[in-house]
Write a protein that binds this ligand. Structure first.
Ligand code: SF4
Length: 256
């Protein structure tokens, strides 16, 4: 997920959230007021939800992995900010961390939708049941696929993490929501041949939009990944990229 400048939300207190909704318990670690790159075709704000059960070495937001007792940002303040932005931006992206980890995600999405916003969701698929619950309220999903589902622990450092990821992909496919699968690729974590095999598996499952995001050293705290990750300009190579391109309606290679 993207590194981002985190900004405190300054908001009037006129939009306090009714406690009964549950949205007020959302643990938000940051807010980007404007992005033109995180929700395809739309101008959006990004809400960074706290918490992630996985520990990817390339994580650019490790400060969002733990969930603190008190939320750094108050959802009421974020909602007041979003009310002021109605007409100026089109959508709200819930990102993280891992937003599906938060039980208040659904109520928060509902309140953003009530303001007329389109809803984007960035997820790694850690919590497939909650993901399935919120998908009817979501307009677009960016779903991280870390590597082949049998090899997830290599990236997440959590055993059996490919199981919820695979279930999350199925939930997204079943929902009919517009989505992109994307893989952050580093040769120490997935070989070029494994990347192509993953592409074939995803295409066979019904994925139509796929992006390979080549590892970016900036903001990554893992020295070993950084050491090799500085020279990936020609990786995974033209032949692999051409083969991936043939598998999908839209294939995107994102270079650092
Ligand atoms: S899934 Fe990995 S990259 Fe995403 S927030 Fe969790 S640890 Fe970071």
């Amino acid at each position: 997920m993207h590194a981002a400048t985190l900004e405190r939300a300054h908001a009037a207190s006129t939009a306090r959230v009714a406690p009964g909704s549950g949205a007020h318990r959302l643990k938000a670690g940051g807010l980007v007021p404007f992005t033109a790159t995180d929700f395809p075709g739309l101008l959006a704000a990004v809400v960074f939800v706290q918490g992630c059960p996985w520990r990817c070495g390339y994580c650019h937001n490790p400060h969002l992995q733990p969930r603190t007792t008190a939320s750094p940002l108050d959802w009421s303040d974020i909602l007041a900010f979003l009310k002021r932005r109605v007409g100026l931006i089109d959508g709200v992206v819930f990102s993280g961390g891992e937003p599906t980890m938060d039980p208040s995600l659904g109520p928060a999405i509902a309140q953003a939708r009530e303001l007329g916003y389109r809803i984007g969701l960035h997820t790694g698929g850690t919590h497939p049941r909650r993901l399935a619950q919120v998908l009817p309220q979501v307009d677009w999903v960016g779903l991280d696929i870390k590597t082949g589902f049998e090899q997830y622990e290599r990236v997440t450092q959590v055993a059996n993490s490919g199981t919820p990821a695979r279930a999350s992909l199925q939930a997204v496919l079943d929902s009919g929501v517009d989505f992109e699968c994307r893989t952050t690729a580093h040769p120490d974590l997935i070989s070029a041949d494994e990347l192509l095999a993953l592409g074939r598996e995803l295409a066979a499952l019904g994925v139509r939009n796929y992006a390979v995001q080549i590892f970016r050293p900036q903001g990554c705290a893992d020295d070993a990944l950084n050491a090799r990750g500085r020279s990936l300009r020609d990786w995974p190579g033209e032949a692999i990229c051409a083969a991936l391109d043939r598998l999908f309606t839209r294939f995107t290679l994102r270079q650092p």
